[in-house]
Design a protein around this ligand. Structure first.
Ligand code: 1PR
Length: 563
């Protein structure tokens, strides 16, 4: 089929729209970007892959003079496909930014998820139930597939309170005990709350199905009457399996994937050479094909130089994003920097470069520790409770979350155990973990707390893991990747005590990391801690355990899994 003529993309400058561009490239379509209001007249079909925050999106559309032409475009009957924020702007308003008005095409509000019974953001792979399953207009959405969602705000599916909006509902999804609108469909308008461009083959099928059908707009039969849906006891959100690649240059200057033992990446045998476990883009493509639910690329020596000078790393992100259609997190060096030539770059600009290259989330480690320390210090100085300290709006976490949405900001924690006597009476007393009688020998009769480090574990800081996790959550981080220097590369299993401690301290999703040595370790961490995701590196790189083996163990243990 020839490329769609007149296919335009609306990009308002926030978030990763590169992934959708990559999806179209993969499917063999060409498109143009909307650059001025006039382009709306030229478009014969339009995709708005909105990512980020609702208010930012409306503001950006307004300031570029796009809001009115967008409204006109939709009213003209030409095909429109809105993704995430691109779907939410169709609604009346959002409690994310109550002062902003949406297009009001769908007459109901967007509101925040209730986090009493679940982590918010809703982040991960969930199922979609079609409301007219017998009808031809399934838009390529399969009820047996899982799709990638990442959002804190949703349109409730409520045919009693919002009957007209419910008519727009095409598919619904359950998260916790809430049922919300996962896709909308009426006349020329289609929209998904989830990200088809991040939903692997199942998502690519939706995009290609819309492209094939989008010219001319097809007639859709009137929907069947909408009735309220009672939530099931359990939702269909899957446990995520994340493959992480630590990237750095080797002694020859090539970027390679490496892996340390307790963060030491140098070989003991070959005169201290950096351990080389493969090429980042090739490995990323392999893990995508094997069914990884997410991928992380960590630039582990970025603290030594400016990340944006590190063009090869940006090139790696760009190339990886062309190959993989699941979420991609990039970490390392996300902070305010000054280039050697004196050019100042804010953390927001550094993150922006990664998002434009194709990253979906950025992961902040060292800078998050320093930001939370400063925030606590300010509270102390002004006589306030440091455990309730709030940000001043200028930190990397806050500025990136404001522009790109909190779901785009991951805080990566590198804690290390600090052993103390069981009768320790110091400042971290309330966070102590006590060695079990059946635990490892060196733990018995002792207690420990978890201390935060910076620069890849090289420097310990006066901050505990609980203080950092809570502080990061208050500042607006959307997720925590919880490493453990003690367990990293050991294959002994995740540090369950650590994961439980942090899981009980915050409401945002947590990715347990470090120490996986067998598929059973993933089952253990999900059973004992209830975290949303688990990450491994070494076992996948060395081929000791394959991602499908982990998924099979999860299925066996009755966890929702994307297979
Ligand atoms: O501080 O914001 O510039 O970010 C630097 C990032 O690089 C941090 O997220 C930090 O964790 C990471 N990092 C720095 N030095 C190292 C190192 O190994 N020398 N990697 C490093 C840490 C930990 C995980 C690993 C899991 C699972 N690697 O990324 O993937 O522990 O490993 P396993 O399954 O093999 O046990 P900034």
């Amino acid at each position: 089929r020839p490329p769609t003529m007149g296919l335009y993309f609306l990009d308002y400058g926030a978030g990763n729209v590169q992934s959708l561009a990559n999806s179209l490239k993969k499917l063999g379509y060409s498109f143009q970007w909307i650059t001025c209001a006039d382009d709306f007249h030229k478009a014969t079909s339009l995709i708005f892959p909105g990512v980020g925050a609702y208010g930012q999106a409306i503001d950006a559309l307004e300031s570029k003079g796009f809001l009115h032409p967008l409204r006109e475009y939709i009213a003209s009957g030409r095909p429109y496909f809105g993704i995430c924020i691109g779907m939410q702007v169709l609604f009346q308003s959002s409690t994310e930014n109550p002062s902003k008005r949406g297009l009001g095409v769908v007459p109901s509000p967007i509101e925040e998820f209730d986090n009493a019974d679940k982590s918010v953001p809703h982040m991960g792979w969930n199922a979609v139930e079609l409301l007219d399953p017998a009808h031809k207009s399934d838009e390529g959405v399969s009820t047996s597939a899982h799709y990638y969602f990442v959002h804190s705000f949703r349109a409730a599916y409520d045919p009693v309170a919002f009957p007209e909006a419910a008519e727009w509902a095409h598919g619904v999804t359950q998260y916790g005990q809430e049922i919300f609108i996962a896709s909308v469909r009426k006349a020329n308008v289609f929209g998904t709350q989830f990200h088809p461009e991040k939903s692997g083959d199942a998502g690519l099928k939706i995009i290609s199905s819309w492209l094939v059908e989008s010219e001319p707009a097809r007639a859709v039969a009137p929907p069947t009457p909408r009735v309220p849906r009672a939530p099931r006891p359990k939702d269909s959100l899957t446990k995520r399996i994340v493959a992480c690649m630590d990237v750095r240059s080797n002694d020859q200057g090539d970027l390679i994937v490496t892996k340390g033992d307790q963060y030491d990446v140098r070989e003991k045998s070959t005169e201290g050479a950096v351990r080389n476990l493969g090429k980042p883009v090739a490995l990323a493509a392999r893990y995508y094909a094997a069914g990884a639910d997410e991928l992380c690329l960590m630039n582990i020596t970025s603290f030594r130089h400016s990340p944006l000078r590190d063009q090869p790393m940006l090139a790696v992100v760009r190339a990886a994003a062309e190959e993989v259609f699941v979420p991609l997190t990039i970490g390392g060096g996300i902070k305010d920097t000054v280039d050697p030539d004196g050019t100042k770059l804010t953390a927001l600009e550094v993150a922006g470069a990664y998002f434009r290259a194709g990253a979906d989330k950025v992961s902040i480690a060292s800078e998050a520790v320093l930001v939370v320390e400063r925030m606590r210090q300010r509270a102390r100085d002004s006589g306030h409770n440091e455990d309730a300290a709030i940000g001043d709006g200028t930190s990397a976490i806050e500025t990136i979350a404001r522009a790109y949405g909190r779901q785009a900001v991951v805080v990566s924690i590198d804690p290390r155990r600090v052993y103390v006597a069981a009768d320790y009476d110091g400042p971290y007393k309330s966070e102590l973990v006590f060695g079990r009688p059946d635990g490892e020998e060196h733990e018995r009769g002792r207690a420990w707390w978890y201390q935060c480090t910076v620069s890849g574990g090289r420097e310990a800081r006066p901050l505990s893991v609980v203080q950092l996790a809570r502080g990061a959550e208050r500042l607006g981080a959307g997720e925590i990747v919880l490493n453990s220097i003690d367990r990293d590369g050991t294959g002994k299993g995740f540090d369950i005590d650590l994961v439980q401690l942090v899981r009980s301290s915050v409401r945002i999703p947590i990715v347990a990391s470090s120490g996986a040595g067998a598929a059973a370790h993933f089952v253990e961490v999900f059973e004992k801690t209830g975290v949303e995701a688990a990450l491994a590196a070494g076992i996948f790189h060395r081929g000791e355990v394959a991602i499908p083996d982990v998924k099979a163990a999860l299925v066996e243990a009755s966890f929702n899994t994307r297979t």
